[in-house]
Design a protein around this ligand. Structure first.
Ligand code: GTP
Ligand code: MG
Length: 412
């Protein structure tokens, strides 16, 4: 039997982890450090405490064991001497790497970034649709890696033995069960997806705005701000997994505002596939508000990751507003240290203006700096948003004022 809980319910008690990453020609040491910080944050989100990190410089990751032999020894010595529940690798492991590492680390769980993200999504999913999407993604991720699950399970005194059909090995039985489950989930999801397509169609006549961005940048906080909706926001990754839609009115023109799941680098592809219908909210939006956490050291990379993901799902090239959030925490860093000391050091405002110019030049339609939490500059954002909404709205309803709509009570 497949005991999904065994593999994924890491949230139940405080567990400890060591993190492992490799710097390569493509990924310098500084990037690796940032990725590890993010990986530790992902672990924290799941209630897992990071007790040690290991990094290694390699030309490329080792195809058998991810790190080289020496580093592997070093990790083994550490986890043998200290209480460690799991080893988390910053990149996805191949099925054979998993097999080899499990043979080395025995009872300690071997996990990779995707598995961690999948577990967080599983924990966060609220709606039936999101739950199905996550479960499907988990099984699809698991399928080629069944050896791992098998070794996990076979340690548990031969679980699954009774389930075997005549002549099947344990592995074949597991494969069959997982395959059946995938087919079942796909079918169920198709039905749910159909319902949400119908729902979306019904809403079609309103302009749709989607809030997109990297995880933890403040999308839900902004949503709450603009719509007065009670949306869950938390300083953890992937607080939002389900999309929330709210009807908002500005100057008697109603439109729909959607809060969406955050993006992250190295998002598991199985997740993108299964969240296809949730991401349809983004794909079918008329206008995007792309929120960026300007106080984050890697905000530029986050921006690129989001833009790439938008391209991947076919949602690039929509009218959009680039919203730099958390301006209250923003401390500009100076590339040139000398500059900082001279009197001519640019003011924060100068730097922001410069930033704005460069993004506008780079093809952003509109750039606004705000603090969603401190409610700074929200009016400017509202004005910018509303001008886009209005334009779109009147392209759908050229005679809006003549239609005799009774304005709905504004939430503004
Ligand atoms: N200082 C500061 N913190 C903010 C601001 N906006 C949001 N936050 C905080 O940032 C954290 C993440 O905010 P959320 O609104 O949950 O972010 P999100 O983008 O919806 O995150 P996910 O749903 O996890 O992708 C929370 O702790 C917020 O209180 C801001 O303008 N300034
Ligand atoms: Mg959120």
């Amino acid at each position: 039997m497949i005991d999904k809980k065994k593999l994924y319910s890491t949230a139940a008690k405080k567990e400890t982890a060591v993190l492992v990453a490799v710097s390569t020609q493509k990924q310098n040491a500084e990037k690796t450090r940032e990725y590890l910080d993010e990986l530790a944050f992902l672990a924290t989100t799941l209630g897992v405490e990071t007790v040690q990190t290991f990094t290694q410089n390699l030309e490329r990751t080792d195809i058998r064991t991810y790190t080289g032999k020496g580093k592997l020894e070093e990790i083994l010595i550490y986890v043998t001497a200290n209480p460690v529940d799991m080893i988390i690798y910053d990149d996805d492991l191949t099925p054979s790497q998993v097999r080899n590492l499990e043979a080395v680390f025995k009872d300690i769980k071997v996990i990779d970034r995707s598995l961690l993200i999948l577990a967080i999504f599983a924990m966060r999913a609220q709606t039936a649709q999101a739950k199905l999407q996550v479960e499907l993604a988990q099984y699809q991720y698991m399928y080629p890696r069944l050896t791992r699950m098998w070794t996990h399970l076979s340690r548990q005194s031969g679980a699954g033995v009774g389930m075997r059909g005549p002549g099947e090995t344990e592995l074949e039985t597991d494969r069959r069960i997982v395959k059946d489950r995938i087919a079942f989930l796909k079918e169920k999801l198709e039905k749910v997806d159909k319902q949400s397509v119908t729902r979306r169609k019904e809403r079609d006549r309103l302009v749709r705005v989607a809030i997109v961005g990297y995880t933890n940048v403040g999308k839900s906080t902004l949503m709450r701000n603009l719509s007065k909706a009670d949306v869950f926001a938390e300083n953890k990754l992937f607080a939002t997994v389900d999309s929330t839609v709210r009807k908002v009115n500005m100057e008697n023109i109603p439109f729909l505002l959607t809060d969406t799941v955050g993006f992250i680098r190295k998002l598991p592809t199985t997740l993108i596939e299964s969240f296809k219908s949730t991401l349809d909210e983004v794909r079918e939006a008329d206008i995007l508000m792309h929120v960026v956490d300007i106080s984050h050291a890697s905000f530029e990379e986050h921006l690129d990751v989001v833009n790439k993901t938008l391209e991947e799902i076919g949602a690039a090239n929509k009218p959009s507003i680039l919203v730099f959030n958390k301006i209250d925490l923003y401390k500009p860093s100076y590339n040139n240290e000398e500059e900082e000391e001279t009197e001519a050091a640019p003011s924060t405002q100068d730097i922001l203006n410069q930033l704005k110019r460069s993004y506008i030049a780079e093809k952003a339609d509109h750039v606004v700096f705000i603090s969603a939490q401190e409610k700074e500059n929200i009016d400017e954002l509202k004005r910018t948003l509303f001008s886009l909404v209005k334009e779109k709205h009147f392209s759908i309803y050229p005679n809006w004022l003549d239609l005799g709509y009774t304005p709905v009570e504004t939430e503004e």
